[in-house]
Design a binder for this molecule. Structure first.
Ligand code: ASP
Length: 483
């Protein structure tokens, strides 16, 4: 390291997304959200036209067309999934290791834990209250409620959910449960894609990096920086295909399910969508009160990840765009956004919590089971835990719902009724999950005092970038108080 201005290593900031993803800027200028919205509308329209129920094409032909239409979308998702594990690992570790001081890191961690758990409890409670007030179960013909016999794939799903269901709470088993949260073999967690364990490992690694002298942490810090940069470059390229991908994914979804899934369940679907709207209002109010953001501005700023969450059914696949939005549109400090979003995508799922609570109340009404006050509290607690454990990928939320149902003693056979509709309702809850992560960013950005401003963080990254380019040298800048 040379040059008077750049002294010995003290603090390192994550690279600004601006430098990671130049191409993203061009996409934003090209209004990616609008292209995605157009892709969605065209996809839904095309899918409904091809759906066998409309009678233009036979079922096998429609399914075949659907598979081909969805090909770009499935490739798109596969590319993003390919980089999600390394990106989460690199972002969380660097986000922690870049903390300006350990006290600030602690207050961010504690504040974030409060926000995640608090807002998820509110979401689950909203699900319960809305379910009890609007009673969607009473608007469904009870004759359609499937008998206790489960068959085919739904039986498998129910069995998987039951297996996951929490065993009765036991103080004796608790220590083992806590120990099992920690990955004893991190590589194993990476191979099996266990996000919660990967997140915990990343946090431990980040804290470890913080505790060693900068000379020792620098190589790994730089390596993780490269991983992050490469992952974002891949995402930036792949994102150019988002509108086409979204078109095909939604077309196939409509060919497979169509409006038929709503038969007899329209009231339930309407109540779920209403619940999500209420949660959105709650998030916007939180962003206003705790984050000082104008609700309409906030809504406009988050439209891109919101729509992508809806189209991909996955908060994990949306994560790179969520990070970019937090930093570039909402102007959150990179050191916070790159740490909060990956963590939130894995653990903070308000939409899922609301849905699981509401769906359980719906099923209980369907089977005329009265849930006592105590049972409702158990339901809220179970849902909060279950939503944290729900993977941020498509199609697994319903399995976790099965585990919630069995923990409160509601028959799983009702799953057969909602399984088709779930793929549509999942889109709404995924968009809300993504919104909750962005609100966490603006809240923490306001509440965690900035030792170093956002501009300064970005400037440091730019200076470092410049030195690396001009001198072909690795450099770490001491950004505190103007190097
Ligand atoms: N697919 C949702 C997500 O990725 C999770 C869920 O199914 O509830 O956020």
């Amino acid at each position: 390291m040379k040059g008077g201005t750049f002294s010995a290593v003290e603090h390192i900031f994550p690279k600004s997304q601006k430098f990671l993803t130049g191409r993203f800027n061009r996409l934003v200028q090209g209004r990616l959200w609008l292209q995605v919205l157009i892709g969605m509308v065209l996809g839904i329209g095309t899918g409904l036209l091809i759906n066998p129920d409309t009678g233009f094409v036979s079922k096998p032909v429609a399914n075949g067309i659907g598979e081909w239409l969805a090909l770009p979308g499935n490739l798109f998702l596969a590319f993003i999934q390919m980089i999600v594990v390394p990106l989460i690992l690199a972002s969380i570790t660097r986000g922690i290791a870049a903390a300006t001081d350990v006290r600030q890191l602690k207050s961010t961690g504690v504040g974030l834990a409060f926000y995640f758990v608090g807002s998820t409890i509110v979401a689950a409670a909203l699900g319960v209250v809305i379910g009890l007030t609007l009673t969607p179960g009473n608007y469904v013909d009870r004759a359609v409620a499937p008998a206790a016999e489960l068959a085919g794939p739904v039986a498998e799903l129910a069995a998987e959910g039951e297996a996951r269901a929490a065993k009765p709470f036991s103080l004796v088993d608790l220590p083992t449960g806590i120990t099992e949260l920690l990955p004893t073999n991190p590589l194993n967690s990476i191979v099996s894609g266990d996000m919660l364990q990967i997140v915990i490992f990343s946090i431990v690694l980040g804290v470890g990096l913080l505790s060693v002298p900068p000379q020792s942490s620098k190589p790994l810090f730089e390596l993780l920086g490269s991983v992050q940069e490469i992952c974002m470059a891949i995402v930036a390229t792949v994102m150019m295909f988002a509108p086409v991908a979204v078109f095909g994914l939604l077309a196939q979804a409509m060919i497979k399910t169509g409006p038929g899934v709503l038969t007899g369940l329209a009231a339930y679907a309407a109540v779920v969508v209403f619940g999500m709207a209420v949660l959105l209002v709650f998030y916007l109010v939180t962003a206003l009160v705790l984050g000082g953001r104008n609700p309409l501005e906030m809504l406009r700023s988050i439209r891109e990840p919101f729509l992508l969450g809806f189209s991909t059914n996955s908060s994990a696949a949306t994560m790179p765009v969520t990070v970019k939005t937090a930093e570039e549109v909402l102007k959150v400090r990179p050191s916070l956004s790159q740490f909060i979003v990956p963590l939130g995508a894995t653990m903070n799922m308000g939409g899922t919590a609301l849905y699981q609570a509401l769906a359980t109340i719906f099923m209980a009404q369907l089977y005329q089971i009265d849930l006592s006050m105590g049972m409702l509290l158990v339901l809220i607690a179970t849902t909060v835990g279950a939503s944290i454990g729900t993977p941020a990928v498509p199609g697994v939320g319903i399995v976790v719902l099965a585990s919630v149902l069995s923990s409160v003693g509601v028959p799983l056979s009702g799953l057969a009724l909602i399984v088709g509709l779930d793929r549509i309702l999942e889109r709404f809850r995924t968009s809300l999950n993504v919104t909750g992560d962005l609100v966490a960013c603006v809240v923490m950005d306001r509440l965690v005092p900035a030792k170093v401003s956002r501009e300064s963080e970005i400037r440091s990254a730019a200076e470092r970038e410049h030195i690396q380019e001009t001198r072909n040298e690795d450099v770490v800048i001491n950004s505190r108080g103007g190097h």
